[in-house]
Design a protein around this ligand. Structure first.
Ligand SMILES: [Zn+2]
Length: 244
């Protein structure tokens, strides 16, 4: 059975870990089926190789307790939000039939992130149109539109539409991020320093998650945006701030 409750689809291996790993871990701990589809292999990364990044991504998925991680092998830096990319993604979305899709921010420092966020949101819509025909392993697929599409934070901090409390699983999130040894600060590495391998990057992630957590009265939080306004079933659905 390939159906997933949540499918995270982002541009590069490590986008998911940095942006929404805590939320994925939390839902996996609740017994829900959660998976990741990386759009590219991150082959333009200054540090590491495709092979080392693939190993790191698999290790991070294992730390997060996720059984499904696939790679669409689109071209890092050059994939487009065009007919071919949309059809490719529609096939993945129909195969996994996720209720919720999480993807990149719609605008970010890295142009791939905004383009991926738009591509994934568009593909989620088109996946629901039955007259768009796709196949999976030679078999015709039925239309499927995910109920929710959320955009996690990447580099830039946007005013969130909601924040998920990930305090209980934040240590596991950081362990998953640290699987990307080639990308982050390693005093022993002889590869060129980059924006994210400079010292302090991981501390910034922790600080951002703490700031998001503080906004909702918990220790660590992950922020999301939604193009559709998220509804709640009643006023009691929301977290209550702790009493003094
Ligand atoms: Zn990225």
């Amino acid at each position: 059975m390939s159906k997933l409750h949540i499918l995270a689809i982002t541009a590069h291996p490590d986008d998911v870990e940095l942006g929404c790993a805590g939320t994925l871990i939390k839902h996996a701990c609740m017994g829900q089926k959660v998976g990741i589809l990386d759009l590219t292999e991150g082959e333009l990364s200054t540090r590491g190789t495709v092979a080392s990044r693939r190993k790191e991504a698999d290790a991070a998925a294992a730390v997060m307790g996720l059984g499904v991680r696939m790679n669409a092998a689109m071209r890092d830096g050059f994939f487009l939000n065009d007919e071919a990319s949309r059809l490719q993604l529609i096939a993945y979305i129909r195969h996994f039939q996720p209720n919720v899709v999480i993807t990149n921010s719609l605008a970010d420092r890295h142009p791939d992130h905004g383009r991926a966020g738009r591509l994934v949101a568009d593909a989620c819509f088109y996946a629901g149109l039955r007259k768009i025909e796709t196949t999976w392993e030679g078999r015709a697929q039925s239309a499927w539109r995910p109920g929710r599409v959320y955009h996690c934070l990447n580099d830039r901090v946007h005013v969130p539409n909601f924040i998920v409390d990930v305090s209980e699983v934040h240590e596991i999130k950081m362990d998953a991020i640290k699987c990307y040894k080639s990308q982050f600060h390693d005093p022993a590495s002889t590869e060129p320093l980059t924006y994210i391998s400079a010292g302090g990057f991981l501390e910034n992630i922790i600080a951002r998650d703490m700031l998001m957590g503080k906004s909702i009265g918990v220790k660590f939080g992950e922020a999301f945006n939604s193009e559709n306004i998220p509804g709640i079933s009643s006023l009691d659905s929301l977290l209550l701030p702790e009493l003094p």
